[in-house]
Design a protein around this ligand. Structure first.
Ligand SMILES: C[S@@+](CC[C@H](N)C(=O)[O-])C[C@H]1O[C@@H](n2cnc3c(N)ncnc32)[C@H](O)[C@@H]1O
Length: 121
């Protein structure tokens, strides 16, 4: 339920921002990826919101990256030559997901969520 509530909060922010067509949703230290999976499941009926999302997972552990990829039910895109910033799509909502080993690698955007500290930024 926590992830679903974070999703409701994120959607409220997105509405307050004027429902931009594209917004970065960044999670720092996503662990197993449960928060983001719950968020996407909870938001899956709100297509305008989920279609605007670009998800960025900041995770230094390759093992946990794989687990997050699995829990978000991601499929890799075949048509990218960029192996470092390989893009996947979560089949939960059709949302693009990219992984980064460090926060500095995330492109500039509008919204960040940190579950590690249980505080929003
Ligand atoms: C204790 S887990 C927290 C998992 C999740 N946020 C939760 O609350 O259940 C810490 C997470 O942060 C990641 N992590 C730790 N240091 C990191 C760093 N410097 N850069 C990126 N990810 C990091 C770990 O690999 C792990 O996924």
């Amino acid at each position: 339920m926590f992830g679903e509530m974070v999703g409701v909060w994120a959607m409220c922010l997105w509405e307050q921002m004027g429902q931009p067509n594209k917004v970065n949703l960044v999670e720092l230290g996503p662990g197993r990826g449960t928060l983001m999976a719950d968020l996407l499941r909870g938001a899956s009926k709100f297509k305008n919101f989920t279609e605007s999302l670009q998800i960025h997972m900041v995770e230094c552990s390759p093992t946990l990256q794989k687990l997050q990829h699995s829990n978000l039910k991601c499929k890799d895109e075949d048509n990218t030559d960029d192996k470092v910033n390989k893009r996947s799509v979560s089949t939960l909502t059709g949302t693009p997901v990219t992984w980064h080993a460090a926060l500095e690698q995330v492109p500039s955007g509008c919204m960040k969520i940190s579950k590690t500290s249980r505080h929003t930024q």
